[in-house]
Ligand binder design. Structure first.
Ligand code: WT7
Length: 641
C-alpha cells in the first residue's frame, strides 16, 4: 500500500452502501441499451406532470434541443405541494442556521404556506408569467422561498451572488431586464453586518426596468427604503393570501437564467428550462448521494451559483429531502464551525468544494476531531479537480475512512452532474470524477473529434438538464458550445483517460480561470483593469494557488507618464475587487513594458503562466518579439512575493 501513489490507490464501495444503494451496477447497461427509455422512466418516476409529454427528445433543430415535449408541470408544485400533501407534511424541508446562531426549521407544510404567500405577493407587484425577477440575497430560507415563488408563477429568476459588486448586479439586471429585485437589508460576516441593500441601491441607480424592490429584514441594518419602489418582505407577507394556484408551465418554458463567466468581458446568461432540469437534477442526486428518507443533506454552495440552484434548492426539495443551509463564514466563531453544525444536525451527506477542503486541511485535524461526524455516509466534491492529497484528507478526517467521495464534474451549463462515481458501484481513485452518469455520453477527444487518451472533454449527445441558449444571444450559444467539435458539446475543459477508462478533468483550456471553484473570465478582469486611467494594456492569467486552486495574476502595461508603485498595485487590485467582486481580487500585479504576443496579436497566456508560476520559459519561437519574454521574466524575478 505504502508505495502506491495516491492517485493509483483504489477504494471499493463499502458493503453496506453497495447493498442498499439506489443505483446498482446494472443501471449502466440499462441506460446504454436504451438511453431515451432510461430518461423516460425517470421523468415518469420523479416528476408529477399536470399533462404527460408526447415525446422524450426532439432533436430536429439541433443544437436547440427539446426534452419531454409538450409536457406540462410546475416546479414549485413538485418541490412543495406534493410533499406537503403526503406523509412528509411535517418533515423538515429546510434546516437553517445563521452565522450568529439564529435557527429556523421549515417543514414541507410550512414551506408550502410561505411559498404560496410569497407567490401571491409577487403577483400583487405585477409579476406575470415570463417576467424576470432578480435575486441578490444571502443564504437565508427566504431566498429559497423566493426562488420557489417565482417558479410557482412562472417568472424566471436570475440570482446574482451576494458577493458580486453593484456594477455586476446592475449589468445582470439590465441584460435580462428584470422587473423586480429581491434582496435583504444585509447578513452577517464574521459578526459584522454586510450592506447588501446599499449595494442593491447603487445598482438600481441605473436599472430602468426595475419597478419594485422587495427587502427581507435579516440583519437589522439601517437601510434606505425608496418611496414607491422598495417594500418590506414582511409587510407583503402579512397581507398575502395563503394559496396561489401554480402556473401550468411547459417543459421547455424558461425556469431561470444564471450568469456565468465566459471568454469575453460580458457574462453569459445561461438559460435553463423546466422539465428536463427537474428530471436530471433529481435523478443525479438520488443516485449519487443515494438519497434516503431520513437523510440530513448539506451542500455548502451558495444559492447564487448553479450548485446552490440544483443541489441546495431544486433537487433536494423535489426529492422530499431535508436540506441544511448555513449563512456565514466557515471559521466563525472558530475553525470547527462546520463540524460543530454537522454533528448537531446529524448530517448524513456532505457536499463541498476542494478549495474549502484545502482550507480545512491547512487548519489541521484537531477541528474535525472535536466532533462526532460518524453520521456522514457519503461525501461530495465539486468546482475544480480535487488534488489527491486533499481527497485523502477529506476521506480520512471527515468521512472517517468509510464514506465514499463523489467527485462530480459538471457546469453551470450542464445543470446537473455529468461525470461522477456512483457510491454503491464505482471503485474510486483520488482525483478522478470516474465515469459519465448513466444516460450521459461524455468523451475525451482530440482536435479531430477522435477518442483520445489526452484531449478535450465533450458531450456527444443532448442531455435533459442542458442549457437551452444564452439569454438574448442564441448565436453566442451556438458559437461557444457547438462550433469547435460540430455536433459535440464542447465544455471548455481538458481531460485524460486512465487505464481503467476513468476521466480525469485537468482544467479549463479556454481563457477562463477557476478561483476557489468560481469561474472568472480573464477578459472580465482585463477590461476592469484597462478602465483605470494609468493602464494601457493588461493580460490576466491564473496562477496555481495552494488553497484557491488558481489566483488572479495580472501583467500590466502602463500608459506613458505613469510609473508602477506599491500604491498603484493596491489601487488596481482594489479596483478589480470593487468592479467585479472580492473573489476577483488579484493576488499579483506585475508591471511590464510589453506582452508576449503571437504574430496574429493573440496574447500567449501559456508563457505568462510559466512566468507567474516561476517555471522556465517555454517555446517562444512563435512570439512576435521574443525579447519581450526576457524582460517580463526579469521583472517578475525581481518582484517581492
Ligand atoms: C467548471 C464549471 C458545477 C458547479 C461548480 C462550478 C470545473 C467543476 C469539477 C470537478 C474538475 C471541475 C470545470 C468546469 N469543475 N467540477 N469535479 N472536477 N473540474 O460551476 O462555475 O459553471 O464551472 O468548473 O472546469 O468547466 P461553473
Amino acid at each position: 500500500m505504502e508505495n502506491v501513489a495516491l492517485e493509483n490507490r483504489v477504494f471499493y464501495p463499502p458493503a453496506d452502501i453497495a447493498e442498499s444503494a439506489n443505483a446498482k451496477a446494472d443501471i449502466y447497461e440499462w441506460a446504454k441499451k436504451d438511453r431515451l427509455g432510461f430518461w423516460d422512466a425517470h421523468a415518469k418516476e420523479l416528476v408529477t406532470w399536470f399533462k404527460p409529454y408526447e415525446k422524450v427528445l426532439d432533436d430536429s433543430n439541433a443544437p436547440f434541443f427539446k426534452w419531454f415535449v409538450n409536457g406540462k408541470l410546475n416546479v414549485s408544485y413538485n418541490c412543495v405541494d406534493r410533499h406537503a400533501k403526503s406523509h412528509r407534511r411535517n418533515k423538515a424541508a429546510i434546516l437553517y442556521e445563521s452565522e450568529i446562531g439564529k435557527k429556523v426549521v421549515l417543514t414541507y407544510g410550512m414551506l408550502y404556506r410561505e411559498v404560496n404567500k410569497f407567490a401571491n405577493a409577487l403577483a400583487g407587484l405585477g409579476v406575470k408569467k415570463g417576467d424576470r425577477v432578480a435575486l441578490y440575497m444571502p443564504m437565508i430560507p427566504e431566498a429559497t422561498i423566493a426562488m420557489l415563488a417565482c417558479t410557482r408563477i412562472g417568472a424566471p429568476h436570475s440570482l446574482v451572488f451576494g458577493g458580486f459588486s453593484p456594477e455586476a448586479l446592475r449589468d445582470r439586471i439590465n441584460d435580462c431586464q428584470a422587473k423586480v429585485l429581491i434582496t435583504a437589508d444585509g447578513n452577517f460576516r464574521r459578526g459584522t453586518p454586510f450592506p447588501l441593500k446599499q449595494n442593491a441601491d447603487k445598482a438600481m441607480e441605473d436599472t430602468p426596468t426595475i419597478e419594485k424592490c422587495v427587502v427581507v429584514k435579516n440583519a437589522e441594518n439601517e437601510v434606505n427604503m425608496k418611496e414607491g419602489r422598495d417594500v418590506w418582505y414582511h409587510d407583503l407577507m402579512a397581507a398575502a393570501g395563503s394559496y396561489c394556484e401554480p402556473e401550468v408551465m411547459d417543459s421547455e418554458d424558461m425556469l431561470f437564467i444564471l450568469y456565468t463567466s465566459g471568454t469575453t468581458g460580458k457574462p453569459k446568461g445561461v438559460v435553463h428550462t423546466t422539465g428536463g432540469y427537474l428530471v436530471q437534477t433529481q435523478a443525479t442526486l438520488k443516485y449519487v448521494f443515494d438519497i434516503k428518507e431520513d437523510d440530513v443533506y448539506w451542500c455548502t454552495a451558495d444559492i447564487g451559483w448553479i450548485t446552490g440552484h440544483s443541489y441546495v434548492v431544486y433537487a433536494p426539495l423535489a426529492l422530499g429531502t431535508t436540506t441544511f443551509m448555513y449563512d456565514g463564514t466557515i471559521d466563525y466563531p472558530d475553525k470547527d464551525r462546520m463540524w460543530d453544525m454537522a454533528e448537531r444536525y446529524g448530517v448524513t451527506k456532505f457536499y463541498t468544494a476542494p478549495t474549502a477542503i484545502r482550507t480545512f486541511m491547512k487548519w489541521g485535524t484537531e477541528y474535525p476531531k472535536k466532533h462526532d461526524l460518524s453520521a456522514i455516509k457519503i461525501l461530495g466534491s465539486v468546482g475544480e479537480p480535487i488534488n489527491p492529497e486533499a481527497w485523502m484528507w477529506y476521506y480520512e478526517n471527515i468521512g472517517g475512512g468509510k464514506a465514499p467521495i463523489m467527485d462530480t464534474w459538471w457546469q453551470t451549463e450542464t445543470g446537473a452532474f455529468m461525470v461522477t462515481p456512483l457510491p454503491g458501484v464505482t471503485p474510486l481513485k483520488p482525483g478522478t470524477a470516474t465515469n459519465p452518469f448513466p444516460g450521459i455520453e461524455v468523451d475525451v477527444v482530440d482536435e479531430n473529434k477522435n477518442p483520445a487518451d489526452v484531449g478535450y472533454l465533450v458531450v456527444k449527445s443532448p442531455w435533459p438538464s442542458m442549457l437551452r441558449t444564452i439569454y438574448g444571444d442564441p448565436d453566442r450559444y451556438v458559437d461557444q458550445y457547438w462550433k469547435r467539435f460540430g455536433d459535440m458539446y464542447f465544455a471548455g475543459d481538458g481531460a485524460r483517460r486512465d487505464e481503467m477508462g476513468y476521466i480525469w478533468v485537468t482544467g479549463r483550456v479556454d481563457d477562463v480561470l477557476n478561483v476557489s471553484g468560481h469561474r472568472l473570465g480573464t477578459a472580465e478582469v482585463e477590461s476592469a483593469l484597462v478602465e483605470c486611467e494609468e493602464v494601457a494594456e493588461a493580460a490576466v492569467v491564473g496562477k496555481k494557488h495552494e488553497v484557491k486552486g488558481e489566483s488572479v495574476c495580472c501583467f500590466v502595461i502602463l500608459k506613458d507618464g505613469f510609473e508602477g508603485s506599491p500604491e498603484l498595485i493596491d489601487k488596481l487590485k482594489k479596483h478589480v475587487a470593487v468592479k467585479i467582486g472580492p473573489i476577483a481580487r488579484p493576488d499579483d500585479v506585475i508591471f511590464t513594458g510589453s506582452l508576449p504576443k503571437t504574430r496574429s496579436g493573440k496574447i500567449m497566456r501559456r508563457l505568462l503562466r510559466d512566468i507567474a508560476e516561476g517555471r522556465a520559459i517555454g517555446d517562444v519561437t512563435t512570439l512576435a518579439d521574443p525579447g519581450a519574454m526576457q524582460e517580463i521574466a526579469a521583472k517578475y524575478a525581481g518582484k517581492e512575493d
